[in-house]
Write a protein that binds this ligand. Structure first.
Ligand SMILES: Cc1cc2nc3c(=O)[nH]c(=O)nc-3n(C[C@H](O)[C@H](O)[C@H](O)COP(=O)(O)O)c2cc1C
Length: 372
């Protein structure tokens, strides 16, 4: 596909995600069925709650990941720079958006070269499994080296491809590609979905390919089939069953548990309580994409969807941009520590040991899958 088309599509995606209702409507993450048990008698203090977490050979100050958003278009330069600065400030990990534009145009690398803004935190490059299969292991590994990333996120997005008129219809060589990459970049490959979740079967296959880290990116947050329907028919955005397809994030966390993988929870994570529940469900790290994008573009959204300033540029009024991202993520960290204190956990390992109560549809999901 021509670079200009990819660039235009990326801008469409950013604008739709900033301004339209791009999330699941019927389906939720099912995190509402996960309950942390309140512990009234506490000996701990808020400042003693420890949330440092190891990831990709570095130590994070908080178990958070800014999930993949964008890159390759000029508008992405300031966005990625602000995300990198915010990640460095808060000591959280950053996953960049798809580096597909770099495969066609070396100049596209500018928007991904953010290491100087975030020297101490893990940065992950990003490529779709189909593009990696097309260009081979050497060129894919070079994407990581050329932006001084710590690792590579390989994204799986078949529901999005099938909902795009110009998207792929066949998906050959995925496993072999991932196996070769896992061998070439040992311990540095994370395989992620983009909002439809990972099943136990898929996670087990990924493990057999040598992958050690997965990001479930489950259903309940941004729906990529929904984004694509909005792109096709912005005036009459009919909801279809495909908009609601996927494994809810909490169910996906249960699915991938117990396989010995490092697990990132994402997809519909919107506050610190969601983060705490995900960690209690076994996640090692928790990622967010849409709320981070919106905290950056807050000025544009508040202007009624019509941007009063370049939506991805510097924040003029101090409401969004770098400040907006830091403010949003700092709030999430405070909420996470509050929830941990209330659940009687003074570190992440203790939170995982608390054993959350599981009710409702998540309980049904688990018992139905256990019976198979
Ligand atoms: C505007 C936008 C662009 C995205 N681009 C990418 C991408 O290039 N590569 C990728 O792996 N995921 C991409 N994603 C998917 C997210 O990383 C994430 O998996 C998904 O949106 C679910 O998380 P959320 O509900 O917090 O948004 C993008 C998401 C958004 C909102």
């Amino acid at each position: 596909m021509a670079e200009t088309m990819i660039g235009a599509r990326k801008l469409d995606h950013l604008k739709l995600c900033l301004e339209m209702d791009v999330e699941y409507r019927e389906k939720t993450t099912l995190l509402e069925d996960v309950h942390l048990v309140h512990q009234a008698l506490s000996d701990a203090s808020f400042d003693d709650v420890r949330i440092e977490t190891p990831f990709m050979g570095r130590t994070l100050k908080a178990p958070l990941l800014i999930s993949a958003l964008t890159g390759g278009v000029p508008e992405a330069e300031s966005l990625n720079r602000d995300l990198a600065r915010a990640a460095q400030e808060l000591g959280v990990a950053l996953c960049l958006g798809s580096q597909r534009p770099m495969l066609k145009d070396r100049d596209a690398a500018r928007s991904y070269r953010v290491r100087r803004f975030a020297p101490d935190v893990p940065i992950l490059g990003n490529i779709g499994v189909q593009q990696a299969a097309q260009v081979g292991t050497d060129r894919t590994a070079d994407l990581v080296r050329s932006i001084e990333a710590d690792g590579l996120a390989v994204h799986l997005n078949i529901a999005q491809e099938l909902s795009q008129p110009e998207g792929d219809r066949s998906f050959p060589g995925g496993c072999a590609t991932i196996r070769a990459l896992a061998k070439r970049l040992p311990g540095r490959v994370m395989v992620k979905e983009t909002g439809c979740g990972l099943s136990r079967e898929t996670a087990a296959r990924l493990k057999a390919c040598g992958v050690r880290t997965v990001d479930v990116a489950g259903a309940g947050g941004t729906s990529w089939p929904r984004v694509e329907s909005l792109r096709k028919t912005p005036k009459q955005p009919q909801r279809t069953w495909l908009d609601e397809w996927g494994i809810p994030t909490a169910a996906s966390l249960w699915e991938v548990g117990g396989l010995g993988l490092t697990v990132v929870a994402s997809g519909g994570i919107r506050n610190g309580l969601d983060v705490a529940k995900s960690l209690a469900m076994g996640a090692d790290l928790v990622g967010m994409a849409l709320p981070v994008l919106r905290s950056h573009g807050r000025g544009a959204v508040e202007a009624g969807g019509r941007a009063s300033r370049p939506p991805f540029g510097n924040d003029v009024g101090g409401r969004g941009g770098y400040d907006g991202v830091v403010r949003f993520l700092s709030g999430v960290i405070t909420e996470l520590k509050t929830a941990m204190l209330l659940a009687g956990a003074d570190d992440v390992a203790a939170l995982r040991r608390t054993g959350p109560v599981i009710t409702g549809r998540l309980k049904e999901w688990i018992s139905s899958r256990k019976r198979r």
